[in-house]
Write a protein that binds this ligand. Structure first.
Ligand code: MUC
Ligand code: MG
Length: 367
């Protein structure tokens, strides 16, 4: 059960349809596949998506920190020494996607070794989650058409709408068109990725007061401390902290300080180990959780559903599990299927998925 090698493999897969939002845009999945090899032959896998505009990591940086710092520090440790693995990575500040991918690949290798699914190892609450689809910036017509397609083809009835443009009426017009076009049965919530000021956010939320939104997420920067706290008191729906509250300490600070009333957990930035700690904290604080999407491919979405389905609180709300549909291709031997608006945890040991060697050969960028 000892770690013998950790690989970091860069690859690039174009998006069929780029995703645009207030803090950036994504045209290609330029991610890093992480493989943790062990002396029993079990190999754990996970994906690291760099998000320079949110967390500062780049594809090259993820590879450098894994090869240069984490791999030498972790090689030789047993898979069950998860707390020691966590502590050694925690000596290095930042690098959330690199750390998380190693953490999740270790859990995958452990599940494969023990012949148990990771979701069961974590909590085993259910075997599926409802899916929420994230709609990037476009015209009202195009965003309504995309949502209608997602509902018709995949049965998805929950949508997160990207907002945060100037003027804010560009976005409020979209949300109104979605409510009018899709009716009252769909769930809608908005994510500003810090694009608006507190006062613009408050105005926009007032203008959308009749649209039955479920949540508002990161409408303005959490660093505008007083403005953000003021905004949260103005909102009559839970205000989700996403990129402003990654670690348990961030969540404690933001929530107790009045800057958020719900949280997003993304396994791409807190893996399974730190996500568990954030989940337990949220449970203690009585916060709702939405399982978020760091613009994940299929492997990342497998990790999100494995974690989200493991606990009651993380599986109550629809998880953001469908944006891999916007990619032109992927790496798994068996593509994920969303049916009836739900994504199932993959059965089988570990994460229950395999990388297709030919697909990896085709898209890796280090050869
Ligand atoms: C989100 O919820 O903010 C956009 C950037 C990122 O890292 O995640 C997405 C979605
Ligand atoms: Mg967000």
């Amino acid at each position: 059960m000892k770690i013998t090698e950790i690989e970091a493999i860069p690859y690039s897969i174009p998006y069929r349809k780029p995703l645009r939002f207030a803090s950036g845009e994504v045209y290609a999945a330029e991610h890093v596949l992480v493989r943790v090899h062990t002396d029993t032959g079990a190999v754990g896998i996970a994906d690291a998506p760099p998000r320079p505009f949110t967390y500062g990591e780049t594809q090259d940086g993820i590879i450098a920190v894994i090869r240069g710092i984490f791999a030498p520090q972790l090689t030789g440790l047993r898979l069950l020494e998860r707390e020691e693995i966590h502590a050694r990575m925690a000596r290095t500040v930042g690098n959330p996607a690199a750390k998380s991918a190693i953490d999740m690949a270790v859990w995958d290798a452990l599940g494969r070794t023990l012949d148990v699914g990771v979701s069961e190892l974590l909590g085993g609450y259910t075997d599926r989650m409802r899916v929420s689809h994230m709609l990037g910036f476009d015209t009202p017509e195009a965003m309504v058409a995309e949502a209608e397609k997602m509902r018709e083809v995949y049965g998805i009835t929950t949508f997160k709408v990207k907002v945060g443009r100037t003027p804010y009426t560009l976005d409020t017009a979209v949300v109104r068109a979605l409510r009018e076009g899709l009716g009252d049965d769909v769930e809608l919530y908005v994510d500003g990725n810090r694009g608006w000021s507190a006062s613009e956010s408050a105005r926009a939320m007032r203008e959308m007061a009749d649209l039955g939104l479920t949540f508002a997420e990161e409408l303005c920067p959490a660093d505008d401390v007083l403005g953000r706290r003021w905004l949260v008191t103005q909102c009559d729906v839970p205000f989700i902290a996403d990129e402003s509250a990654v670690t348990p300490a961030d969540v404690t600070r933001e929530v107790l300080g009045g800057s958020a009333t719900a949280i997003s957990i993304k396994t791409a930035r807190t893996g399974f180990t730190t996500s568990s700690r954030v989940h337990h904290l949220a449970e203690g604080l009585g916060l709702e959780i939405v399982m978020g999407n760091q613009i994940d491919g299929q492997l990342g979405s497998v990790c999100t559903v494995a974690f989200g389905a493991a606990y009651r609180l993380t599986s109550t709300r629809a998880g953001e599990l469908s944006n891999f549909l916007d990619m032109s291709d992927d790496l798994l031997t068996e593509p994920l299927q969303i049916r009836g608006g739900q994504l199932q945890v993959r059965p089988g040991p570990g994460l229950g998925v395999e990388i297709d060697p030919e697909q990896l050969e085709r898209y890796r960028t280090d050869r």
